[in-house]
Design a protein around this ligand. Structure first.
Ligand SMILES: CCCCCCCCCCCC(=O)SCCNC(=O)CCNC(=O)[C@H](O)C(C)(C)COP(=O)(O)OP(=O)(O)OC[C@H]1O[C@@H](n2cnc3c(N)ncnc32)[C@H](O)[C@@H]1OP(=O)(O)O
Length: 162
């Protein structure tokens, strides 16, 4: 069986703290999908440290939330909101070291909800932090009705989801 090909996903949001392509203060996360899972590679800059040279736990949680969110968006082709998430910090993560993340759906709870997992691995491939989250899924019309973003922004996002 041939391994599914990984394809880069276009960044569509300029200013998001986690994935914004133009946010100078953000993490600038990028994503790839093979149709079954998503992954991301990044090295966290020292400005995001907590203790000494360790990546702050809040930053790790943001990375996991973003990984799960992109996974939910691209694998369900719906707009999403994070309803809740649990994080396990298993090993300290150091700034300035290459990290990889992956995300996958563990359960489509209903038409409206999905359970998603994300993991952060170090260079040795060891899982340093992981999360499980529940995501509420919305059609473009439903998301538009919530007034979270402008019509043209909604359409740009919807076009990038498939
Ligand atoms: C390419 C892109 C890249 C761009 C990628 C950008 C990625 C950004 C990622 C950021 C992710 C985040 O951090 S999001 C920000 C943090 N999260 C939030 O702000 C969410 C705040 N919480 C809420 O708004 C709410 O609690 C919800 C919507 C999550 C859950 O609503 P709830 O009412 O409390 O929960 P629940 O009882 O389980 O839901 C009841 C039912 O109503 C539905 N429901 C609830 N609200 C609505 C609604 N307004 N419109 C329709 N349906 C709704 C649910 O689906 C569910 O359906 P049924 O099961 O009965 O059928």
């Amino acid at each position: 069986m041939t391994e599914r090909q990984w394809k880069p996903l276009a960044g569509v949001d300029r200013d998001c703290f986690a994935c914004g392509t133009e946010n100078p203060h953000g993490l600038k996360m990028r994503f790839e999908s093979n149709g079954e899972q998503l992954r991301s590679f990044l090295t966290v800059r020292p400005r995001f440290r907590g203790w000494s040279n360790l990546v702050h736990g809040g930053i790790l949680s943001t990375m996991l939330d973003e990984m799960m969110s992109w996974t939910a968006i691209h694998l369900t082709e719906r707009f999403i909101l994070t309803k809740g998430m649990n994080v396990a910090f298993k090993k300290p993560v150091r700034v300035g070291t290459p990290l990889s993340l992956n995300g996958y759906i563990t359960e489509r709870l209903s038409e409206r909800k999905a359970r998603v997992v994300a993991e952060i691995r170090d260079e040795e491939g060891e899982v340093c932090a992981s999360s499980e989250g529940e995501f509420v899924l919305f059609t473009m019309e439903e998301f538009g009705a919530m007034g979270i973003m402008a019509e043209e922004e909604l359409e740009t996002m919807a076009a990038a989801m498939g």
